[in-house]
Design a protein around this ligand. Structure first.
Ligand code: OSB
Ligand code: MG
Length: 375
């Protein structure tokens, strides 16, 4: 069957988080999530989820800019066309069309899902994934006291998580992380993520973090600043991991060339989709740079895409792929995502596509806006 879609259904759902999630640049209590359904003429759908946030505090995109970009530019360019392969979509969307990577990714990834369904293979295998289960880490938001953070970290370890990442910002950093290190001991893999909250003027604080035996410090400096990250990396022994700064393969190459970091957090939504993620993955593998799959508080659809990607061989560090119950009272897929007591999430390999069932009744109940593009 040819890869094409004649109609795109865009839906916005509202999904309250069990707990507000605070990072250095803002807090979210209820996710506004754009879901993309690509409808093939034979009645098969491919699903995608847009990771753009409610506010422009992680990147310039928001759900509202993504909605507009999909309607105005992405859907008209791809709809009612025979696509040679999902790998062709990224280039089609790149021509004379800058930015909007999260909007592009949501449709590009849905195209991969549609292609996997048309081929009757699991998305993980369509992408070239080899793993059957993924080691999982948790990302803990900024807490009001070190004691509160320690309590969450103890629970995370008891749940089986293999890595604990703590969000930090100036003023809620060294004391908080040191308290967790003291309580959990040296053997637990701990990491921090600053979401660009520091500058090189904060080097005293960054040196104190360097002494806490962290597996990585994620994105301490500016989003577009590979040069200062290189200066910082050369002064620290802890590996820096870049998240926001890596928007495409070229940025990954620059990181390696300049020495701006030693690890990459690949979020397919941030880099424009799966083709770009695969290119970054392959490049990093060849250059001995480990990668892991980050999260953006996705629902069960986005999580399925992340789990499929994380099944590739160079995803050697635990991903931010917490189970559904960590975020939501009830997810929008069945079965919900779970993690076993060893901190592993299983890659669904029994059915085609994302391998979980989209709960249409649940989605209908949560939908606040819907837009149908096409006949
Ligand atoms: O930097 O990884 C990040 C959530 C929102 C914005 C940025 C980030 C995050 C997370 C969430 O860390 C991880 C998850 O989805 O569990
Ligand atoms: Mg991050």
């Amino acid at each position: 069957m040819t890869l094409r879609f004649d109609r795109i259904v865009l839906r916005e759902i509202r999904l309250p988080l069990k707990q507000p999630f605070r990072i250095s640049s803002g807090v979210v209590s209820e996710r506004r999530i754009a879901l993309v359904e690509l409808q093939h003429p034979d009645g098969i759908s491919g699903w995608g989820e847009c990771v753009a946030g409610e506010q422009p505090n992680y990147s310039a995109e928001t759900i509202d800019t993504a909605w507009w970009a999909i309607r105005t530019w992405i859907a008209p360019r791809l709809r009612e066309q025979d696509l040679p392969s999902p790998n062709a979509v990224q280039q089609l969307l790149a021509r004379d069309f800058r930015g909007h990577l999260m909007a592009k990714a949501s449709v590009e990834m849905a195209t991969w899902e549609l292609a996997a369904r048309l081929d009757g293979v699991p998305l993980a295998r369509k992408l070239g994934g080899t793993r059957e289960e993924i080691p999982t880490g948790i990302s803990l938001g900024i807490q009001s006291t070190p004691e509160a953070l320690v309590a969450l970290a103890l629970k995370a370890r008891a749940d089986g998580y293999r890595k604990i990442k703590m969000k930090i910002a100036p003023g809620t950093d060294v004391d908080f992380v040191a308290a967790v290190r003291n309580e959990l001991g040296q053997s637990m893999a701990l990491a921090v993520d600053a979401n660009s909250a520091y500058t090189l003027d904060d080097s005293a604080v960054l040196r104190q973090l360097d002494a806490l035996d962290l597996v990585m410090i994620e994105q301490p400096l500016g989003r577009e600043d590979l040069v200062r990250h290189a200066a910082l990396q050369h002064s620290l022994r802890t590996p820096l991991c870049l998240d926001e700064s890596i928007t495409d393969l070229e940025r990954a190459e620059d990181m390696v060339t300049l020495g701006s970091g030693r690890i990459i957090n690949i979020k397919p939504g941030r880099v424009g989709g799966f083709s770009s993620s695969l290119a970054i993955h392959d490049y990093c593998w060849a250059h001995h740079v480990p990668v892991w799959c980050g999260g953006m508080l996705e629902s069960g659809i986005g999580r399925a895409h992340n789990v499929a990607l994380a099944s590739l061989p160079n995803f050697t560090l635990p991903g931010d792929l917490s189970p559904s119950a960590r975020y939501w009272e009830r997810d929008i897929v069945t079965p919900e995502w779970t993690m076993d007591e060893r901190g592993m999430v299983r890659v669904p390999l029994d059915g085609p596509g994302i391998g979980v069932t989209v709960d249409m009744d649940r989605i209908d109940n949560l939908t606040v806006r819907k837009d149908v593009i096409g006949r």
